[in-house]
Every structure is written in structure tokens, then in C-alpha cells.
Ligand binder design. Sequence first.
Ligand code: SF4
Length: 331
Amino acid sequence: MLQSNPLYRSTPELKAKPLLAVEDLAVHYRTARGTSRAVDGISLEIHQSETLGLVGESGCGKSTLGRAILRLVEPSRGSIRLDGRELVGLSQTALRGERRRLQMVFQDSGAALDPRWTVGQLIEEPLRVHGIGSLAERRARVARLLADVGLPADAAARYPHAFSGGQRQRIGLARAIALEPDLVVCDEPVSALDVSIQAQILNLLHDLQARRGVAFLFISHDLSVVEHVSDRVAVMYLGRIVEIAAREALWRAPAHPYTRKLLAAVPSLERRGRRAGRGIDHHDTLPSPYSPPSGCHFHPRCPMAVERCRAEVPSLRVTSGAGHRVACHLA
Ligand code: SF4
């Protein structure tokens, strides 16, 4: 059971100056198959203490975008500013200081934990690498972090294999927040977990945000999960953002045909498993990012497509409501 359903949580007042500002970001890969436009000119902002959900089908470029924001993959063009400071073009040495402020949690953070290290050593490592505190201070901080993520103090002396998948994800989270980052990119952080454990991790993220003011970019293919954690939601299709809005506005009045299709396909978290999804099926697949359709990438799957959609790329423009933007010629 979710501790507090953010459906009833008001969207925080967004400060004028964003924590993170991404502008016209692109990641193009050249391979033997040609050039993949995994991320193709994305602009978005994330504010302090905000959760921006990022949704879309597998292969739409969400994870690449998350990794590019952390400079784990190199952007082909564009700008990433953290509190106004440009990250694109920074050397790895100059980036090191900013890395403390930006962390990532993966789908299975537990799998990335070195099985030869104790949980205490694993959580302490980022503190040690950044030269933070004495040994005694770091150990005290590890104890606080374990408490923060709901693990007992004696977990520090045990090894990762002694923990369940959900507990290992908590250990991954403790590592990610050890350096008190401003933004954590969460890439499908609950997809590998049972529904009951998912709720625990989502509640934990919510608590951490309330206590520490951290912002999250929450990447998921699962709208029912995103519905519960996000203040705003960005919908991604084949390397581009097609709609971005406050969560309530998006669920109440989705403006892009693809968003409507996604929403029709996914039952809510409470109803999950009780009815089959509709709208997106496996015969209706995402085109290849190596040869995206012309104009609006969505036109071959769009029930509303007109001739203009095949020729002209729709820009992401403001539609009704504050900050509600959509990339569709007919919206
Ligand atoms: Fe559909 Fe055209 Fe809008 Fe694209 S621009 S979503 S094809 S109506």
C-alpha cells in the first residue's frame, strides 16, 4: 500500500531558476547499421525537490537521455546546465565536483554491488573516494544512511547476497544519496521488483525527497508507477519529447495522440493485473531510431495523421495550461 498517494499531492511551486536545464540535447550513435538518433533535440527543466517522470516505450531513448544528463554517454550536441553551470564540454576532472551532485539508480542496482564488499564498505565507498570525513565520521554517516533507507544498523557488516532484491535496491539508493546529491536519475528503479516491494521503494523515494529536498528524474515505461511519483511528466517518443505537463493535467487532458494511447494501454497501480491493457500492442511496434519516419515520427501509428504530419516536424509548443507543452500539429 502506498504511504501517501501523490495523486493528491499538489505540484510544488516551481522556482523560476531550474536546478537542471537541458537544451536541444542530442545523442547520435554511428554503428555498422547507420546512425541511431537515440536522443534527438530534447529540452527540459528539473527544479529542486521536483520529480519529473519520463515515460515512453522501451527503445525510445529514455535511458540514453538519463545517462547523457550524467555525461555517462557523450552528447552529440546541446547543453546541460546544473545551477547555470554548463556540463557539456567539461573535462572529466572538472566534472568530478559536479558528479557529487548528480547520481543514478539503475533497474537492478543490487547486481552492480561488489559481492566481496560488506554493505558498510559499499555505502562508504563514494564518501571515501571524495575524501569526505574521517573513518569514524564516515561510519556514522553509513549508519544514518542505512536508517534513512530503512535497513537495520547491522546490515553494514553483512554482504549483498544476504539481502533480497528490494533490500539491495535500498542499498543502491543509500550509495546514491551518500554524497547528498541534488538530482538522482532513477532508471526503471522498481521494474524488477514485486508490486508490494515497488510500493515500499516508491514510498522511500518520496520520504527521501521530503527530508533531503533531492530532485528525481524518474525514468519508467510504466505510467502507473510514474503516476504515483511524479510532479510533472515528460512523454518521449523515438528520441523526442512529445508532451510535458503537470501530472494532473496530463492524466486529465492528454493532448498528444501518443500520450492518449499510452494512458489507454496502462491500468493504474491499484488496478494492475485486473484488466488487460489497451491501446499499445506488440503488433504496433516502435519504429527503428536508425530510420525514424519523416515529419512527426508518430505519424505511421497515429489515427489522426494528415499529409502535413509526414512532411513537417511539429515543435514542442505551449498548449492550454501553465507549462503544458505538446508536439502535434493538430493539438
Ligand atoms: Fe498525429 Fe500528426 Fe499530431 Fe503527429 S503531428 S501526433 S501524426 S496528428
